[in-house]
Design a protein around this ligand. Structure first.
Ligand SMILES: *[C@@H]1O[C@H](CO)[C@@H](O)[C@H](O)[C@H]1NC(C)=O
Ligand SMILES: *[C@@H]1O[C@H](CO)[C@@H](O)[C@H](O)[C@H]1NC(C)=O
Length: 120
């Protein structure tokens, strides 16, 4: 029983390692949801942070629409050379009137994203 459990834990760890050790050419852009015909660009921003030696930095971007806003897509694209950062939607997003995008840097690196929020 104990043995089986540690095997499961090991494979979870191995999976996470594989996710972290992506090739240097891989870009982690975010494509959440689908832009539909008739959608407008509700919000666009450049989201940027400089690297700090030996530190992993995390920063959230929060967008809030009004009562009738419906977000259809959240897109984050790295600007310029890749800095190996990652971006996710951690709250709201498609079908909601708000979204929180979380960006996490690679250790020692910064990030520079162009973030677009589509909807109506
Ligand atoms: C977003 O939608 C929720 C539920 O539909 C609503 O309660 C809330 O007031 C809306 N937010 C804003 C800022 O209007
Ligand atoms: C609410 O937000 C939408 C975009 O999602 C916009 O088109 C609309 O004009 C806004 N309504 C009000 C009352 O501000």
């Amino acid at each position: 029983m104990k043995f089986a459990l540690s095997l499961v834990l090991l494979s979870v760890l191995a999976f996470n390692e594989a996710a972290l050790l992506k090739g240097p050419s891989s870009r982690a852009n975010l494509n959440h949801g689908y832009i539909q015909p008739g959608d407008r660009l509700l919000y666009r921003t450049y989201f940027q942070r400089a690297g700090i030696a030996n530190a992993v930095q995390t920063q959230d971007l929060v967008y809030r629409g009004n009562l009738t806003t419906r977000i259809s897509a959240v897109v984050a694209q790295e600007v310029g050379y890749t800095q190996y950062a990652n971006a996710w939607v951690i709250a709201g997003g498609m079908g909601y009137n708000y979204t929180t995008v979380r960006v996490q840097t690679a250790r020692g690196w910064g990030f520079y994203y162009l973030i677009d929020i589509w909807g109506r």
